[in-house]
Write a protein that binds this ligand. Structure first.
Ligand code: ADP
Ligand code: ADP
Ligand code: ZN
Length: 208
């Protein structure tokens, strides 16, 4: 069985960037609720559309994401889970549906998060992340991986970023404390270069 990795961190901590590498290196599935929701933004559900919550920087209702995660994990032989759980009720749900081999927390200070998120650019074709300063593509506005157009996410504006960070503090920090109390949380310094962060993660996983 492949490794079952949970990657926690605030918006902008580098979860997407590291998950992509982890999925390749360990040959596991990258399960990310953010991408799944963006791909179905205008889907009508009993709660409304994902877009109506995401645009404001709010969490979508648990029922929307629990189903996505349960189906994705059931199909995966090993995974890196990114963007879920974001509150304690999702964390409880996760405990009921799977076991984890490693729980990692990418720690990054708030000022740095704001700069990372407002400068993030995303490939509209393949989803690869870039940054206007920290991770520039070879040609401006063009994806290195596939040639797709780089765009700014609707919710990466300064105002919505502030809202997302406050939602993180209120709802997701308790999740991090929960895993810390259980004694399974491994903290990684997320302010290093992407390569250094990846090395630290690998060192933990090769022991897990
Ligand atoms: P998350 O998935 O946690 O929201 P991302 O992986 O999308 O975070 O990273 C947010 C932004 O910061 C992106 O523009 C990415 O290129 C950039 N980034 C990721 N890791 C680092 C790092 N270690 N140092 C500087 N910038 C980074
Ligand atoms: P980031 O890591 O940059 O915050 P994501 O792509 O993970 O961004 O999430 C984008 C948005 O999707 C969130 O602001 C929220 O509205 C919604 N979302 C993603 N995952 C969840 C989740 N587990 N629970 C509730 N809402 C979620
Ligand atoms: Zn691309």
């Amino acid at each position: 069985m492949g490794k079952r990795i949970l990657l926690l961190g605030a918006p902008g901590a580098g979860k997407g960037t590291q998950s992509k590498r982890l999925a390749e290196t360990y040959d596991v599935e990258h399960v990310t609720t953010g991408d799944a929701l963006r791909a179905n933004k205008d889907m009508e559900t009993e709660y409304g559309t994902p877009r109506s919550f995401m645009e404001k920087g709010e969490l979508v209702p648990d029922g929307m994401v629990n189903e996505i995660v349960e189906a994705a994990l059931a199909d995966a032989d090993g995974y890196v889970l990114d963007g879920y759980p974001r509150n304690l009720s999702q964390a409880e749900y996760l405990t009921e549906i799977t076991d984890l081999d490693a729980v990692l927390y990418l720690k990054v200070a708030e000022d740095e998060l704001v700069e990372r998120l407002t400068g993030r650019r995303v490939c509209s074709e393949c989803g690869t992340n870039f940054h206007v300063k920290f991770n520039q593509p070879e040609e401006e506005g063009v994806c290195d991986e596939c040639g797709g157009e780089l765009v700014q996410r609707d919710d990466d504006t300064e105002e919505t970023v502030r809202e997302r960070l406050s939602v993180f503090e209120e709802n997701t920090e308790p999740v991090i404390e929960h895993y810390r109390d259980e004694g399974v949380l491994v903290e990684i310094d997320g302010e290093q270069t992407p390569d250094e962060v990846f090395d630290d993660i690998e060192a933990v996983l090769d022991d897990a």
